[in-house]
Design a protein around this ligand. Structure first.
Ligand SMILES: Nc1nc2c(c(=O)[nH]1)N[C@H]1C(S)=C(S)[C@@H](COP(=O)(O)OP(=O)(O)OC[C@H]3O[C@@H](n4cnc5c(=O)[nH]c(N)nc54)[C@H](O)[C@@H]3O)O[C@H]1N2
Ligand SMILES: Nc1nc2c(c(=O)[nH]1)N[C@H]1C(S)=C(S)[C@@H](COP(=O)(O)OP(=O)(O)OC[C@H]3O[C@@H](n4cnc5c(=O)[nH]c(N)nc54)[C@H](O)[C@@H]3O)O[C@H]1N2
Ligand code: SF4
Ligand SMILES: [Mo]
Length: 716
């Protein structure tokens, strides 16, 4: 049994804080500080500190479950895997390969995400695979790719933040969603830099800001265009930079000039003097950054919205220069790596495109299959969930809980119920697992080794620290067991390091090139930033290094590639090396308030719960801190409704109705209500949300929909 302390990383968000895990003699484990990891330097939020509670057998699944007589009952692994393989192959026999769908998650390690994508394409032959990252940062990824030719959430390490002149944080509440990262912004201000926060609510993050802009939800696109208009009007553009490092300025400039500050004030509710103040703060220092999170991204125009903020950076020469740039604060534990290695509908490993013939040839060769045998791009996450029970009749789901987290969740729940067959791999019996025909209980973070890629693009080794309880298997073992039963004997190893070795080869030469990264380097170097191509053996003298496989236990070559903490300093990743402006214009949200639904609902997070709550709702300390859903509303709106603090409110949209107690605060706009989305049942925020999709990224509009609010009876 392992008894010593192991340095590893938190299972939850994309900060991937370092922590030490020590098994205790009396059973259970202790989480302690790990000061050597530079991102959190020992600090952890409450979720990280209590993460080990979910390792306890009492909190989680320890036996496969199969549906029998309408109920889920315990079964052996062989029976459960036979049942899944049998159902998937009979659905495929009846409906063809695309009748089987696969849904993954951005919390899965790189090895699992890679394995799941390969399993879908090689074993099932289906195009119908996507994952929950589509609900997360896909608009920022699309905009980053469009402008820079490459999407890596942050093109620089967090440690650059304290040394820049100004940071604009657009729709990020990182004081609650990544608490240890607040330190970088405090240091920024201590060093004389300024922080601007753009959020319809005065959040804990906004309280730290020098300037808080509180636009109406869904109007960030207009806001960014208004700022760019002022930049031009006040002669604050960097003409030399625009000439030398960009294309498309004339069109983007013309589009911005149509957005007069007074017009933008009318749309956003942010006054012209405050717009001017923001422009001054952003443009006067030597360097500045714009960072976006889910606020501006989870909109049916999220890609253009992020594009408008990128245009602002480009026009002022604030991208691809030291201490300046645009970045997206990716959310999930492996939100970055999870979007690179092939669980996405249109993608092959290494951030390659599935419709690129050269990429297909390269990956098919690594996989030992014919390029023509690889299916084409499939549906995006919401479109896939919406198609369940129609042409997609069976689903294998790994690492997501869409019954709570998908938009228009009651409809998604109904689609899941209409499937011929649903298999769920999870650690706990999530609300989605409860609907399954077979539930496969898997090992989690501290019980298995794997790599994640943090929001900085830093590839990390998350080490195994404790033995898993009897009765659970890893996701890689599940994929192996199913592949063998479906007639593919080889190609699905269960050792994560072996999978990583293959991932390195598959990613070699792609945009997200991991070929120069080994487990050993990750252990020695506290993470390596991609791209990190392998240096050929003849350049290093290290025998066998060029084969790239098998990776395990090979020493790093003496002159190994150092990795790439900072991107774009010399050139952008486009064909001509220049960043591309995109001409964008303001447009309304998919659903604007009207007489029947006069308010805007926006949704998000609280510090003590994580996502669908499947893990954190099983931790007593976190439930004590955040026991249930609520509706945040302004005192003026509360007075109009006659509602007092804690009164039950019904929030009604065109999709349905949710009930939760009132939380009255002047920190929110009077025309907006806010609900966190962490809970199932009557307080489920996603019963209300609108699945209107961004046309480019297919991101649903989680951040705005039209609602009305009703007071339910007198307070009890
Ligand atoms: N405690 C906790 N931490 C988490 C998570 C969690 O579930 N719980 N999840 C992780 C994941 S996967 C993610 S993606 C990140 C998300 O991290 P964040 O993006 O910080 O989280 P959110 O609360 O979804 O949204 C941020 C802010 O956007 C604001 N907002 C709403 N509508 C708009 C709008 O139209 N425009 C603008 N500018 N702002 C708007 C909200 O008021 C909210 O304060 O957090 C990660 N960390
Ligand atoms: N209204 C509203 N809805 C939202 C959002 C919002 O801001 N507003 N945000 C969206 C965003 S950004 C995101 S990222 C999604 C997230 O929403 P979900 O995709 O539902 O994410 P989680 O709740 O993290 O679900 C992960 C599931 O996988 C399980 N799990 C954890 N580790 C493993 C593992 O290693 N293997 C397997 N097989 N399972 C594992 C967990 O127990 C849990 O059940 O929600 C989206 N939904
Ligand atoms: S901030 Fe994120 S990674 Fe760090 S301890 Fe909290 S949940 Fe874990
Ligand atoms: Mo996310």
């Amino acid at each position: 049994m392992e008894t010593t302390s192991t340095p590893t990383h938190c299972p939850y968000c994309a900060l991937q804080c370092g922590m030490n895990i020590t098994p205790l003699p009396q059973g259970g484990v202790e989480v302690t500080e790990r000061p050597d990891f530079p991102v959190n330097r020992g600090a952890l939020c409450g979720k990280g500190r209590t993460a080990a509670r979910v390792l306890s057998p009492a909190a989680r699944l320890t036996s496969p479950l199969v549906r029998s007589g309408g109920r889920l009952v315990e079964a052996g692994w062989d029976e459960a895997l036979d049942r899944v393989a049998g159902a998937l192959s009979s659905v495929r026999a009846r409906g063809g390969p695309d009748a089987v769908g696969v849904f993954g998650g951005g919390g899965l390690t790189n090895e699992k995400a890679y394995g799941l994508g390969k399993f879908a394409r090689v074993v099932l032959g289906t195009s119908q695979i996507d994952y929950n990252g589509r609900f997360c940062m896909s608009s920022a990824a699309a905009a980053g790719t469009r402008a820079f030719g490459l999407d890596r959430g942050l093109p620089f390490p967090l440690e650059d933040i304290p040394r820049t002149g100004c940071v604009v944080l657009v729709g990020s509440n990182l004081a609650e969603t990544m608490p240890p990262s607040l330190r970088f912004f405090r240091e920024l201000r201590d060093n004389g830099g300024t922080l601007i926060v753009v959020d319809p609510r005065r959040t804990r993050t906004a309280e730290q800001a020098d300037l808080h802009l509180a636009p109406r939800p869904g109007t960030d696109l207009a806001l960014a265009l208004g700022l760019l208009h002022l930049v031009v009007a006040e002669n604050r553009t960097d003409e030399e930079y625009i000439r030398e490092r960009t294309t498309g300025w004339e069109e983007a400039r013309a589009a911005a000039m149509a957005h007069w500050p007074e017009y933008v004030e009318r749309i956003t509710g942010v006054s012209v003097p405050r717009l001017r103040q923001a422009v001054r703060m952003f443009c006067e220092p030597e360097s500045a950054m714009v960072l976006t999170a889910r606020g501006p991204e989870q909109q049916s125009k999220g890609t253009d919205t992020v594009g408008a903020w990128i245009n602002l950076c480009l026009a002022t020469g604030r991208a691809g220069r030291p201490l300046s740039g645009y970045g997206c604060l990716t959310g999930q534990g492996n939100g970055q790596g999870g979007r690179e290695h092939g669980q996405k509908a249109d993608q092959l490993p290494g951030y390659r495109r599935l419709d690129d013939p050269a990429a297909r040839r390269h990956v098919a060769e690594v996989w030992g299959v014919a390029p023509d045998s690889l299916p084409g791009p499939g549906r995006s996450a919401y479109e896939l969930l919406d198609a369940l029970g129609t042409d997609v009749r069976a689903l294998l789901l790994m690492g997501s809980n869409p019954v709570v987290s998908a938009p228009r969740a009651a409809h998604v729940e109904e689609r899941l119920r209409s499937l011929d067959f649903l298999a769920v791999c999870d650690v706990v019996l999530s609300e989605t697992a409860e609907l399954a025909d077979v539930v496969l209980p898997v090992t989690q973070w501290a019980e298995e080794t794997g790599t994640t890629t943090s929001l900085e693009g830093r590839v990390l080794l998350r080490r195994r620290a404790v033995a898993p309880p009897a009765g659970v298997r890893s996701d890689l073992e599940v994929l192996h067991g199913l592949a063998v039963r479906l007639g593919v004997e080889k190609g699905f190893p269960t050792d994560p390091e072996e999978v990583f070795g293959e991932l390195r080869r598959a990613s070699a030469g792609g945009p997200a090139d991991y070929s120069g990264i080994t487990y050993r380097r990750l252990a020695d170097e506290n993470g390596v930033f991609w791209p990190c191509p392998e240096v050929p053996a003849q350049d290093t003298g290290a025998a066998g290094a060029a084969t790239g496989f098998p990776a395990p236990h090979r020493p790093a070559p003496a002159t190994a590639h150092p990795g790439t903490p900072r991107l774009f300093l010399d050139r952008f990743a486009t064909d001509d090396g220049r960043a591309r402006f995109v001409a964008v214009a303001h447009r309304a949200g998919a659903e604007e308030p009207d007489a029947e639904y006069p308010l805007l609902l926006t949704t998000g997070r609280v510090v003590a719960q994580y996502q669908s709550g499947a893990q954190t709702r099983r931790v007593a300390e976190l439930n004590a801190a955040a026991p249930g859903p609520f509706v945040e509303l302004h005192p003026r709106l509360a007075a109009r409704l006659g509602a007092a603090e804690g009164d039950p409110l019904a929030v009604v949209s065109r999709r349905g109705r949710a009930v939760a107690p009132a939380r009255i605060t002047a920190a929110i706009r009077p025309d907006t209500v806010f609900m966190p989305f962490h809970w199932p049942g009557e307080g489920r925020a996603n019963t209300l949300t609108n699945p209107a999709l961004d046309p480019v990224s297919k991101m649903p509009e989680f951040k705005t929909c039209a609602v009305r609010v009703e007071l339910l009876g007198p307070r009890t």
